[in-house]
Ligand binder design. Structure first.
Ligand code: IMP
Ligand code: MG
Length: 178
């Protein structure tokens, strides 16, 4: 990885500004609630850490590790929980934090799975939204940035499990986003 890797489309400064806005909005919406912020790993780790610190509330955190199976960059909709939540979410106000919503199939799976556990409320927040590739109708409550149909890495997002540590979002032009 050289000093600048890929073609940056969202800079660190834009990210910082947007996460601050999202954090304040979420704090306003959950002012009188008991928020449990859930990070969907691995992809959400960087965004989650910044977002959690941008929400001025006494919230709780938890994590779930999921794997979406697919061929190359295409999701099959088959999702497996590799590591489950530590907390019982029944009766709690849950905000799931995702890296990116692409086909929407992972989000759909998580909504179904979490709803079965009967939280008081369930919402979704994603750093990136790629609406052009949606294959199922999903509602996202908080969106960082809407991006075109390009394969992106950085800030938690990977290509073959690499580049998650890039401090900005870059397009990998050499990867086809089928
Ligand atoms: P879904 O298609 O909405 O189910 O998204 C499945 C997963 O594919 C996401 O959580 C990401 O981990 C991954 N993904 C989708 N688009 C990209 C991308 O542009 N870069 C890196 N990962 C992606
Ligand atoms: Mg991934």
């Amino acid at each position: 990885m050289g000093p600048i890797f890929g073609r940056p489309i969202i800079t660190q400064e834009e990210m910082r500004k947007r996460i601050k806005e999202l954090g304040l909005r979420i704090a306003e919406d959950y002012r009188d609630k008991d928020l449990l912020l859930v990070g969907v790993l691995k992809g959400a780790f960087a965004f989650f850490a910044d977002l959690a610190r941008a929400i001025p509330l006494g919230l709780q955190v938890d994590f779930i590790v999921v794997k979406s199976y697919g061929f190359r960059s295409k999701s099959s909709g088959q999702v497996e929980i590799l590591f489950d939540l530590d907390e019982d979410i029944a009766g709690k106000d849950i905000l799931l934090v995702e890296d990116i919503v692409d086909s929407g199939l992972t989000l759909k799976f998580l909504r179904k799975e979490m709803t079965l556990r009967q939280p008081a409320s369930l919402r979704f927040c994603t750093l990136l939204d790629k609406p052009g590739r949606r294959r199922t109708d999903v509602k996202i409550d908080y969106i960082g940035f809407t991006i075109p149909n390009k394969y992106v890495v950085g800030y938690g997002l990977d290509y073959q499990n690499k580049y998650r540590n890039l401090p900005y979002i870059a397009v990998l032009d050499q990867v086809e986003d089928e």
